[in-house]
Ligand binder design. Structure first.
Ligand code: HT7
Ligand code: ZN
Length: 873
């Protein structure tokens, strides 16, 4: 496959002002007619002679082409792999193309496909070319009109924009026409057709316009729409209040589909969602699902401005819309829920998975400079690190300055396809700021490391912080330049409160680290302080400072920044777990780290702290997080150390866990409010530790909670504890009963699959294989694949890394099979095999061998080829 480079970007030779589409739907032979008003792009750097017109097209049967009403003879066009090249003799013309496609045969879930009998589309990034021949690139923006013709058993026919016509054809088929007045790239096109029901609401915008809101599902799910609808209204209001962004069409629609490659898609006026990311009811969805739905609904809605009204010039600029929109949705969720907990969760993902990506074979900058397959670049780096980059701009400019910048960006670029550079320039221009050095965050891959040292001079009362920065090499990038890193700090005195940093009484400050080695001096500091560094995780870096155990315990108790309070506990646990791994390797006896027990005990007894924060502080770093400690990954040592500490904490603190569990285990109607979610999270953390003791009496608590069956959060937590810590036969009985109860509910069945395949004790390879034979498992459904195969390979560290290498061979086998059906999913699920270099010798060889099996299995999709070849290079 060909590599595409950012440096090769050229403006399109032709523009498409209007796009008129007609779909005559049929599972095996959908007829697609397109009528495009094409004209030469005055801004293209071409010559006077008219260049050929390139139209992307994949898996299409070409029926006819006409220009200005005249059928084009065969010598005027050439069908090539990936598209069509037309000889053009006019600078403006109407191009009509007819193609035939087979949605039923489309298992890639890109383009037009069928999900449980419902027609739906997924066009980002390059799916539109599977629908019709088109310049399928985001800098070609067009006004779309779409007519859908379908049999009468498809009463709901939807597309972007406003409905302008509907009727019945002479032969009794239904027809509807939609027009979207906002010019958009083809990746934002959408079509849905099915026998669907909807719930409806309305939102009155800040200027007094009424917008109809509709959420469509299969009839059986109509009772699971309320939370998403509420989340949508909250999002619309928040975007008006925080960013001054008003919705622009008369209608906003969301459709839930079961077969979907990602979480959701922001098609103009017609968002399409993975059912798992939109449908919820208290009986069937956990708190985590409620919060995820709120965040994704907001994310897709926010794209209406950050992505749709202002879109990307090319796919290298993906983070322009994704990083910014993730930042926007994270702030929204922080405002709706616990800000500290949201931050902890986001940073955990970043440190666990994005840092690994940054250190792996697919490492790339937030704005990549090359790719083979763009679908492989919908990554944590582009999304999450991209959001951190936007957050740092927010930190540097302050909330008001950032708002000035975003106002200017939206005003200046409304209706345009632009670049990350345009975003930065708007931020600079609105504030008279200089972000020259800061730009490197967009072009340099890898996670920077900050090494911090300090000195205190009692006599001069001067405190000095020395900060060194270094960004490790990554594939194709060496000798990186220093970045502009905002490091938020406070200095804690003996009493635990933050010391004033100057005469204004300021106690927290953002240090602008711009050099490889930089010193910051603070005067009038009356005692040796303890630094609280990188507060709120003010930059996506690894920070190293030689905190002692006592200092970490002090920060856990006193830091006024809840993020750093939590982080101090995590550092304590990391240090303890890494010593224990060493002891395990040396064959010496493992000893429970008393300081960690003391710290956790104090947290557990602190009833003044937000229970959600307590739950987070009690959670040990996951096995996956521990692989990020540096050095060779030794899976058995990680598992042994972590289990030893978990069991020790459970046994030692059992009375406290029990007391808090009992206090929180009150029966009340389910409500997904921040405070109730917080209480349930702490209660279920306690329950998990209690069950880890293996005591019959504690397992009985989980059984009672499961039997109570009054909300899915408590039921799933109890079931998970019983599956992980109870006897296998009983666990099986509970799982069977749970399945019997919920077998009709797709989302609960997905939870049920995931819970088993990710269980370190229960989710053996044999069980995972058995789950794949279950009647509810469907290899063509990404949610089922993610739950069972992903649950095992990505969330079941213990079983996946079984010493005989069977987990790796299994994953290779599944990836090869998946690639034939759905290359995007295959290229994602192979990720655990790409990290082979990080493991200790024997495991490393086994993982690499599995990856080579994939490589040598025959012709791979472009998606999988890119990941596998780069990982083995
Ligand atoms: N912008 C959307 C990206 C997306 C996507 C990309 C590749 C293949 C399938 C996809 N489905 C959705 C989602 C978002 O970030 O909002
Ligand atoms: Zn997005």
């Amino acid at each position: 496959p060909r590599t595409i480079y950012l440096k090769d970007y050229r403006a399109p030779e032709y523009l498409v002002d209007r796009t008129e589409l007609t779909f005559d739907l049929d599972p095996y032979a959908t007829l697609v007619k397109s009528r495009l008003s094409v004209r030469r792009n005055p801004d293209a750097n071409g010559t006077d002679t008219l260049p050929a017109l390139w139209l992307d097209g994949v898996d299409l049967e070409l029926l006819s082409i006409a220009i200005d009403g005249e059928l084009l003879p065969a010598h005027r066009y050439t069908e090539k792999p990936g598209g069509l090249l037309l000889n053009v003799d006019k600078s403006a013309f109407v191009l009509e193309v007819q193609t035939r496609i087979a949605p039923e045969a489309n298992t890639s879930l890109e383009g037009l496909y069928l999900s449980n009998g419902m027609y739906c589309t997924q066009c980002e990034a390059e799916g539109f070319r599977k629908i019709t021949f088109y310049p399928d690139r985001p800098d070609v923006m067009s006004v779309f009109t779409t007519t859908i013709v379908a049999p009468a058993n498809y009463p709901v026919l939807l597309s972007n924009g406003n409905k302008i016509d509907s009727g019945t054809t002479a032969d009794g088929r239904l027809t509807v026409t939609w027009e979207d007045p906002f010019a958009k790239p083809s990746y934002l096109f959408a079509l849905v057709a099915g026998d669907l029901q909807f719930v409806e609401d309305r939102f009155v915008t800040c200027s007094g316009r009424e917008v109809t809101l509709q959420l469509y599902t299969e009839p059986k799910n109509i009772g699971k729409c309320e939370h998403a609808m509420t989340s949508l209204k909250h999002s619309m209001k928040w975007d008006e209040e925080v960013y001054g962004r008003e919705y622009d069409l008369d209608i906003f629609m969301i459709v839930a589909v079961d077969h979907f490659n990602m979480g959701a898609m922001e098609n103009k006026g017609l968002n399409i969602f993975n059912s798992a990311c939109v449908l919820a009811s208290p009986e069937t969805a956990t708190d985590a699902a409620f919060q995820r739905i709120e965040a994704i609904v907001a994310h897709e809605y926010f794209h209406n401005w950050s992505g749709n009204r202002v879109t990307c010039r090319d796919w290298f600029q993906l983070s322009l819309k994704e990083g910014f929109t993730v930042f926007r949705d994270a702030e929204f969720s922080a405002d709706m829920n616990s800000r500290a907990v949201k931050r902890i969760e986001d940073v955990t993902v970043l440190r666990t998975a994005q840092f690994a990506e940054d250190a792996g074979p697919m490492a790339h900058p937030v704005r990549p400079d090359s790719y083979m397959e763009i679908s492989n670049f919908y990554t944590l780096t582009v999304y999450e690190k991209g959001a951190e980059v936007v957050r740092m701009i927010h930190t540097i400019l302050g909330a008001d300055g950032f708002r000035r910048g975003s106002d200017l960006y939206f005003e200046r670029h409304d209706g345009q396809a632009v670049t990350c550079e345009d975003f930065i320039v708007a931020m600079e221009d609105a504030n008279g700021a200089d972000l020259q050095q800061f730009r490197r965050w967009y072009s340099q891959a890898g996670t920077p490391v900050l090494d911090v040292e300090d000195t205190y001079d009692m006599e001069t009362q001067e405190y000095r912080l020395t900060i060194r920065q270094h960004t490790p090499d990554s594939p194709g990038q060496v000798d990186k330049l220093p970045l502009h890193i905002p490091v938020s700090i406070a200095l804690l005195g003996r009493s635990g409160s933050a010391l004033p940093l100057d005469s204004s009484g300021e106690v927290e400050r953002v240090l602008h680290v711009t050099e490889t080695c930089q010193e910051f001096v603070f005067g009038n500091i009356p005692e040796r302080p303890l630094p609280s560094l990188l507060r709120g995780f003010s930059a996506p870096v690894k920070l190293r400072y030689g905190y002692s155990v006592e200092q970490l315990l002090f920060l856990m108790r006193h830091d006024s920044d809840p993020f750093n309070q939590w982080d101090a506990g995590q550092r304590l646990a990391f240090d303890a777990l890494s010593s224990l791994q060493q002891a395990y390797r040396n064959g010496t006896e493992l000893e429970l780290p008393e300081s960690l027990i003391d710290g956790l005990s104090a947290v557990l007894e602190n009833t003044r702290l937000d229970p959600a924060l307590v739950a987070k502080m009690l959670a040990l770093p996951s096995a996956q997080e521990l692989t990020e400690q540096g050095g060779e990954i030794d899976a058995p040592a990680i598992i042994a150390a972590r289990n030893f500490v978990r069991d020790g904490v459970a046994k030692t603190l059992k009375p406290q866990f029990r007391a808090r569990y009992e206090a929180l285990n009150v029966q009340k109607p389910y409500c997904p409010t921040a405070s109730d979610i917080a209480e349930r999270s702490l209660k279920n953390t306690c329950l998990s530790y209690l069950c880890a003791t293996g005591d019959q009496e504690m397992l009985a608590l989980a059984e009672a909670q499961l039997a109570r069956d009054d909300n899915m959060t408590d039921s799933a937590a109890a079931l998970a504890a019983l599956v992980e810590f109870g006897p296998a036969d009983k666990a099986q009985a509970h799982l069977d009963a749970f399945y019997r109860q919920w077998q009709q509910d797709t989302q609960v069945v997905e939870t049920w699959f995931g819970l088993q395949s990710s269980s370190p004790t229960f989710g053996t390879l044999d069980r995972v294989r058995a789950l794949m034979q279950h009647s509810a498992f469907e290899f063509k459904n990404p949610n089922k694949v993610r739950a069972v195969i992903g649950g095992f390979a990505m969330r079941n560290f213990a079983q996946f890394h079984a010493p005989d290498g069977s987990g790796y061979a299994f994953l290779a086998e599944q990836v090869i099979a998946l690639d034939k059906l759905n290359p995007q999913i295959a290229a994602r699920i192979v990720t655990p095999l790409t990290r082979w270099r990080k493991y200790r010798a024997e495991q490393s060889t086994q993982i690499q061998a599995a990856l080579k099996t994939v490589r040598d299995s025959g012709e791979l999709s472009r998606d999988l080829y890119e990941v596998v070849s780069k990982s083995l290079a």
